[in-house]
Design a protein around this ligand. Structure first.
Ligand code: SF4
Ligand code: SF3
Length: 535
């Protein structure tokens, strides 16, 4: 295997087993599925040119790609099923296309069994990529990883009934483009920026999906810690799964807790109305083995990031695209096994920890006080905004973000989103004239909201986003962060500070390009970076 798609990759790439726990066999199956998804995309592009649109193949394309994102699915049997489904959809679509001779992944016949597929997958890993130029390879991998992020957002939106054929078409075009052997460096850069633009569309679609289903997030106080009684913990990013579980547990005497990226769910009117949505338990994904082991109820993983279950294997359930071999997978939205498990477990014997955090400062909430914010900037009460957000992870350098936020001066405001916020989400930073100094915009899936806030501020001050008193200090881990980064670049946003380490798939030449054109810089120390930003 060779994998370097995430931030925690082993030095030079994971080669024997992933730092995430991904096995060599699983990596081969993922490589095969990704390759075949590119073939399905080629066929979909050709079909579309002949006026044939296949909604099922379109949706499947994003599901297949999303399932190869870091920490989503580790279950080989599920990959075998996805590979077979991919080829069935590809061939059904091919039958409707005339006069095209398909080759490569559009024609590849998968092996009949898992062992054969694993052997086949080993031929389609990055290490087998015939690309001779390292910079081209770097840009194509950046594009592929960005597309994994776009696919994740598109899938989330589709789950809530929001789809866009033009978006699927672009994803498939770009997936097919990653197979091209005659792209120039300039064309690869343009394709990566196009991926960023498509990601904005995907995030917009998701924002529309979330807010039309559950209302606009509103500032909400969330209880940390536990309430006495039976319990289910919901982690991942999927709002619909949470809603379904809340409905199925009504009146059953079970309290529902959010974990990790599900924290912002408490701010949605149509989710917070359930009295048994009791609070938030735990922090970011990389702490789950300790936190889940101590949770006295059932656990439901709705999306990434899952880690190897330890003592709680019989209490953890997966749903949607997420999977771990040995963990019970719930499909068809029937959470009965999760509920029965929670009822059989002890639950919390007593109330604990009464502290709270505030969530719900998404675009609508922030823009509703835009006048106050703008006045505070004009009067000098607010000197600067920082967007400190992105993914969390296990590497030690991530303490930078805690220290950075702690050291931001009292006349500055910190906007945050995604699971990186757990490094500082419970800090009491106070307020500036009633405006909280720490504003939680939401999940990584809500990056669209952050972009809209920045654009609205730029509009109010009649300047470009780069001229605003706003600095982006981002942390990355998986491929949704790659997609968001490409979106920010596509919007022309400069001076981003990125950490804790730069992507292993970025070559020195590509990095130079990013520095020259966007002034991207790796994080240094909180003191140095604050000094540089605030002048
Ligand atoms: Fe390694 Fe990350 Fe790939 Fe897992 S996803 S194998 S940790 S690079
Ligand atoms: Fe986190 Fe996995 Fe990226 Fe959603 S939960 S931000 S890492």
């Amino acid at each position: 295997m060779f994998c370097y798609q995430c931030e925690q990759t082993a030095k030079g790439g994971c080669t024997k087993v992933g730092v995430c726990g991904k096995k060599d066999e699983t990596a081969a199956l993922q490589d095969l599925l990704l390759y075949l998804s590119k073939g399905l995309s080629q066929v979909a592009v050709a079909a579309r040119e002949q006026g044939v649109e296949d909604p099922a193949a379109n949706l499947f394309t994003v599901k297949a790609i999303f399932s190869t994102l870091t920490n989503v699915n580790f279950d080989d049997d599920r990959f075998v099923a996805l590979i077979n489904d991919c080829v069935a959809k590809r061939d059904a679509l091919k039958a409707k296309v005339s006069g095209v001779e398909f080759t490569g992944p559009a024609a590849l016949v998968p092996a009949a069994d898992k062992a054969g597929m694993i052997a086949q997958g080993k031929e389609y890993g990055i290490e087998k990529d015939p690309e001779l130029n390292e910079d081209l390879k770097s840009l194509k991998q950046t594009l592929t990883y960005g597309l994994k992020g776009v696919a994740a957002y598109a899938d989330h939106a589709a789950i809530l009934g929001k789809e866009d054929n033009d978006l699927y078409a672009k994803i498939q075009e770009l997936m097919a483009a990653t197979l091209s052997t005659d792209l120039t460096l300039e064309q690869c850069v343009e394709a990566a920026l196009e991926c960023g633009r498509q990601n904005i569309r995907a995030m917009e679609l998701l924002d529309d999906a979330n807010t039309s289903a559950y209302g606009h997030p509103e500032p909400t106080e969330v209880k940390l810690g536990a309430t006495k009684g039976k319990a289910i913990l919901v982690s991942g990013h999927d709002l619909k799964d949470l809603e379904t579980l809340l409905k199925q547990t009504e009146g059953k005497g079970i309290n529902i807790y959010t974990h990790g990226e599900m924290l912002p769910c408490h701010a949605y009117p149509e989710l917070k109305k359930y009295p048994h949505l009791a609070g938030h338990y735990g922090t970011a994904w990389q702490n789950q083995q300790k936190e889940f082991a101590e949770f006295p109820g059932a656990i439901l993983m709705t999306t990434n990031c899952i880690q190897k279950p330890t003592t709680y294997m019989d209490a953890i359930f997966t749903t949607g695209l997420v999977g771990w071999p040995g963990a019970v997978h719930v499909s068809n939205d029937d959470f009965t096994p999760v509920i029965e498990k929670a009822l059989a477990m002890g639950g919390f014997p007593a109330d604990t920890d009464k502290s709270t955090v505030m969530v719900g400062f998404a675009r609508n909430a922030v823009m509703s006080v835009a006048g106050t914010v703008i006045d505070a900037v004009k009067s000098g009460d607010i000197r600067h905004f920082f967007l400190v957000g992105g993914c969390d992870g296990a590497k030690p350098g991530r303490n930078y973000y805690t220290e950075f936020v702690e050291k931001t001066p009292a006349d500055t405001v910190v906007l945050t989103l995604a699971c990186g916020k757990f490094r500082f989400f419970d800090k009491k930073l106070g307020d500036i004239g009633g405006i909280p100094r720490l504003l939680d915009i939401g999940q990584c899936n809500d990056a669209y909201s952050a972009v809209q806030i920045a654009l609205a501020l730029a509009d109010a001050f009649d300047c470009g986003v780069n001229e605003l008193p706003l600095s982006l200090v981002l942390s990355w881990y998986e491929q949704k962060a790659v997609a968001i980064l490409l979106s920010l670049l596509a919007l022309g946003i400069k001076n981003i500070k990125l950490g804790p380490s730069l992507p292993a798939f970025i070559t020195p030449n590509v990095l130079n390009f990013l520095v020259d054109n966007y002034n991207i810089a790796p994080i240094s120390t909180p003191d140095e970076d604050l000094k540089e930003i605030l002048g």
